[in-house]
Design a protein around this ligand. Structure first.
Ligand SMILES: C[S@@+](CC[C@H](N)C(=O)[O-])C[C@H]1O[C@@H](n2cnc3c(N)ncnc32)[C@H](O)[C@@H]1O
Length: 306
């Protein structure tokens, strides 16, 4: 019987993935093996001669078979890393993307530049796994330069199953004092103006963050198999043009905007930023609109100063 050690099985898996044209063959092989052996990727290389036992081999084989079906690694391992936290994910929620991490830096920068006097109310629309809201809550008090002010984060989604995952993540990641300041609400973008919620938060939100679905029907057809077959369509597809949800948010959010200190932050597709700017100007009439580039120098975060 063949004996498999870390080196031989990695070589085999990388080669196998390459032959089957699986994206990122080395990364896939290493991440899956790291998880099976509970070793970091670097430690795989320091344990090249470690022999795999029967259970480890069986689990690795199971993961490899899933990867051959193009299942994203995060869904195979049921975990995704985002900034400083590790989230539970499954095919019910979008896998949080590295470029989305930038929106949190922007939130913290605004809080540093505009030390507000009272409580800060932050609203996230379309929370998915909870990546953005939980990161804000997790990092806010430790962030250097942010005044020690009271805060609250409200995160919405229109999908009850998604919110269950987000809430589970929040409970697992945050300590109880922070968990209490984060509230999840099921609604269409934001609660209607005849709700008790509105009575509480009319003109009260200082920062509104959203990475909404912004893919057009045409672009959706051309997405890679990994995304189209496994990630929730409702988290990606906005409609025929891709601007439908942005427009709905801008219209629906107006009565919630604080007249004192208020910013709307959108993640955007680089190809949509010019039209989104125009739409935001027309609907909100903001003081300023800025764009932050991602690590590839592409327009990524739109900052609308109300
Ligand atoms: C692109 S995903 C973003 C998820 C997460 N915020 C992130 O950045 O990884 C968009 C999210 O918006 C939610 N969504 C779509 N339409 C919505 C609506 N009308 N009201 C509230 N949430 C909505 C989807 O369920 C999904 O979780």
């Amino acid at each position: 019987m063949q004996i498999w050690n870390v080196k031989s099985i990695l070589d085999w898996a990388i080669n196998y993935f390459k032959n089957k044209e699986i994206p990122h063959p080395r990364l896939s092989a290493e991440l899956l093996l790291s998880s099976v052996l509970k070793l970091t990727r670097i430690n795989l290389y320091l344990n090249y001669n470690r022999v795999l036992n029967k259970q480890e081999l069986a689990l690795y084989k199971k993961y490899i078979l899933k990867r051959l079906q193009h299942v994203p690694i995060q869904y195979i391992l049921k975990e995704a890393y985002f900034r400083k936290i590790k989230l539970y994910v499954d095919t019910g929620v979008l896998i949080p993307r590295p470029e989305t991490e930038l929106i949190i830096d922007k939130v913290f920068q605004l809080l540093k530049d505009n030390p507000a006097m009272g409580k800060i109310n932050i609203l996230e629309i379309g929370t998915g796994s909870g990546a953005i809201s939980i990161s804000i809550a997790y990092e806010i008090s430790g962030e250097l330069g942010i005044p020690d002010i009271p805060w609250q984060v409200i995160a919405t989604d229109n999908n009850a199953g998604v919110l269950e995952i987000a809430e589970k993540n929040a409970r697992d990641i945050l300590d109880s004092s922070k968990f209490e300041k984060l509230e999840f609400i099921e609604c269409d973008l934001v609660p209607e103006t005849d709700s008790d919620f509105f009575k509480c938060f009319e003109k009260k939100f200082n920062i509104i963050v959203s990475n909404p679905p912004y893919i057009s029907e045409e672009d959706y057809k051309n997405l890679p198999r990994e995304i189209k077959e496994y990630e929730p369509k409702s988290a990606l597809l906005a409609g025929e043009t891709g601007f439908e949800i942005y427009e709905k948010i801008l219209l629906k959010i107006k009565p919630y905007l604080s007249p004192e200190f208020c910013y709307i932050l959108f993640e955007t597709d680089p190809g949509k930023s010019t039209s989104l700017r125009k739409m935001s100007e027309d609907i909100i009439g903001p003081k300023t609109i800025g764009i932050e580039k991602d690590h590839n120098q592409r327009d990524r975060i739109m900052i609308i100063e109300v």
